[in-house]
Design a protein around this ligand. Structure first.
Ligand code: 13P
Ligand code: SF4
Length: 303
């Protein structure tokens, strides 16, 4: 990548000078994922890494809620976001006030929030979950009924795998809600032998057609363990690009959908962020303390 090389070198030099680490989500572009990231992973892996990091500075290459989670777990560290506008349609779909109203409407029903939410929302919930532990988190509460917000599709996929009654919210991911079951069946017919690997933010008619459904890290593990000849990753486009080197021999069939928020993070913005030490992510300490309880409760579950 000749055009990227000067950026990669400058970023890696500055990281050492600043005692900084780069936490990058699996949806980052390959030059970020392979060129400058210290830790890559799904939301749960990144949250766990943030909780144990020895660095003074964390540069969060992902979306805003991920940087907030790092700040919640590290109130004394500097958390930088290369582009503050990198949001998430799920995080934008619900507010702390909405959760308070839900609690009034459903007294006594525990509330689980997907990690793809603002600190404000986490502060109002009982426990967090990610796509890799949602069923386990729901069942850990020992309640017959649980509110799982804000992703209606994650909730529907969890409901299929538990006897706990799941109530939810009207949120959806702009990337995963666009896939359809009919599209999956067309791929099955036109690409013989293809393995379909879906994210649980997809509608249930999509996951019904999948050979495996799981978090982005779960998808990578499944590919490594099963080495299919052809695979369709029903998720964000950078996944297949990044996994290609870890799963040689797999022919990745498109389609994929781009996440407009994840794609706001670029090498030049990461460099600028480290040069000027901005933009710093802050969370109101009172909100952070309450949100931390929900995140730490999740992390303390073994998985
Ligand atoms: P994962 O936790 O599976 O990486 O999902 C995060 C995300 O934003 C998926 O759209
Ligand atoms: Fe949010 Fe969907 Fe983008 Fe993930 S892929 S950050 S859930 S909009």
């Amino acid at each position: 990548w000749p055009a990227y090389a000067p950026y990669i070198k400058a970023i890696n030099d500055l990281k050492r000078q600043r005692n900084a680490v780069i936490l990058a989500h699996n949806y980052m572009t390959p030059e970020i994922f392979h060129g400058v990231a210290d830790i890559v992973g799904d939301s749960l892996q990144l949250a766990k890494e943030a909780a144990t990091s020895q660095a003074d500075v964390i540069v969060q290459c992902g979306v805003h809620f991920m940087a907030e989670t790092s700040k919640i777990l590290n109130p004394d560290k500097t958390i930088l976001m290369p582009d503050m506008a990198a949001g998430c349609s799920l995080a934008q779909s619900i507010t702390g006030a909405d959760v308070r109203a839900l609690r009034q409407k459903h007294p006594g029903v525990p509330i689980v929030t997907y990690v793809n939410t603002s600190a404000d929302v986490k502060a109002e919930c009982d426990i967090c979950c990610t796509s890799s532990n949602a069923v386990e988190v729901v069942e850990s509460l020992g309640a017959p009924r649980v509110l799982l917000v804000p992703d209606k599709y994650l909730a529907a996929n969890v409901a299929l795998r538990t006897t706990v009654e799941i109530l939810t919210w009207e949120g959806a991911c702009v990337v995963h809600q666009r896939f359809t079951g009919a599209e999956m069946r067309e791929y099955r017919n036109s690409v013989p032998g293809v393995k379909i690997i879906a994210h649980p933010e997809c509608p249930t008619d999509v996951t019904a057609e999948a050979d495996y459904t799981g978090s982005t890290a779960g998808m990578i593990n499944w590919l490594k363990e099963n080495s299919p000849k052809k695979a369709l990753l029903v998720t964000e486009c950078s996944m297949a690009d990044n996994v290609a080197s870890q799963a040689p021999g797999v022919d990745f069939v498109r389609p994929c959908n781009l996440c407009p928020y994840m794609k706001m993070i670029t090498l030049p913005k990461i460099l600028e962020s480290l040069v000027h030490m901005r933009a710093e992510v802050t969370v109101d300490p009172a909100i952070a303390a309450r949100a931390r309880t929900a995140v730490e409760r999740m992390i303390s579950l073994k998985s």
